[in-house]
Design a binder for this molecule. Structure first.
Ligand code: IDP
Ligand code: MG
Length: 193
């Protein structure tokens, strides 16, 4: 019941000075920080974070991108030369890797009941233009697929958060060793748990 999930404050969050604002949103709902690391990732780590081997994951990013092109009435073949979701996913993955290794990021493990789902809700829609007010992406960013794809860069949406429990387990073990993850009680646990 008590889950752990992984979030990564991407370089745009760090460089815009939004780290405190974002972390406080997790703290105030009652999620517990159990690990935290400020790091400029190596290309190897970034490649593992967006694993090419997990076909459905790369394809998922590609499908979203394809849908974005469709909504904008842009032909992906004209724009980036391919229309297959996996191939598009691979291209966006390349943009993402270049971006997250370009400057430091803050990696965090959060713990709490239903943490994966709660964090996704707080983070909001992948596209900041579609993210609801009140969410991290909706309140603090405005990027759209239109600008991102035209500039051949990833959508600047401040934060990565694990999409499901399996993704969370994989990402936590990728970014942290066991002894970097702490176990302690937060003051209000007696009331909240
Ligand atoms: P998520 O971050 O909301 O889980 P995913 O589908 O996992 O969204 O995509 C990973 C990241 O890929 C997004 O956070 C975003 O930065 C980037 N991305 C997704 N779709 C596009 C696109 O159409 N153009 C550029 N970047 C995209
Ligand atoms: Mg995702």
């Amino acid at each position: 019941m008590i889950e752990k999930t992984f979030v990564l404050l991407k370089p745009d969050a760090v460089k815009r000075g939004l780290v405190g604002n974002i972390i406080s949103r997790f703290e105030r709902v009652g999620l517990k920080i159990v690990a935290c690391k400020f790091i400029q990732p190596s290309r190897e780590l970034a490649e593992k974070h967006y694993p090419l081997e997990r076909r459905e994951f790369v394809e998922g990013i590609g499908k979203k991108t394809l849908e974005n092109y469709r909504e904008m009435g842009i032909d992906p073949v004209k724009e980036i030369g391919v229309s297959d979701p996996y191939e598009i996913g691979k291209i966006v993955r390349g943009w993402l890797i270049d971006f997250i290794i370009s400057d430091p990021v803050l990696a965090i493990v959060l713990e709490g009941p239903g943490a994966v789902e709660i964090v996704r809700k707080l983070v909001g829609h992948t596209l900041p233009v579609k993210a609801d007010p009140g969410t991290i992406r909706g309140d603090l960013s405005f990027d759209s697929a239109f600008f991102a794809n035209a500039k051949k860069r990833p959508i600047k949406n401040l934060i990565h958060a694990s999409g499901n429990f399996e993704e969370a387990e994989y990402e936590i073990s990728l970014w942290f060793t066991k002894d970097e993850i702490y176990n302690y009680k937060r003051a209000e646990e007696e009331v909240m748990y």
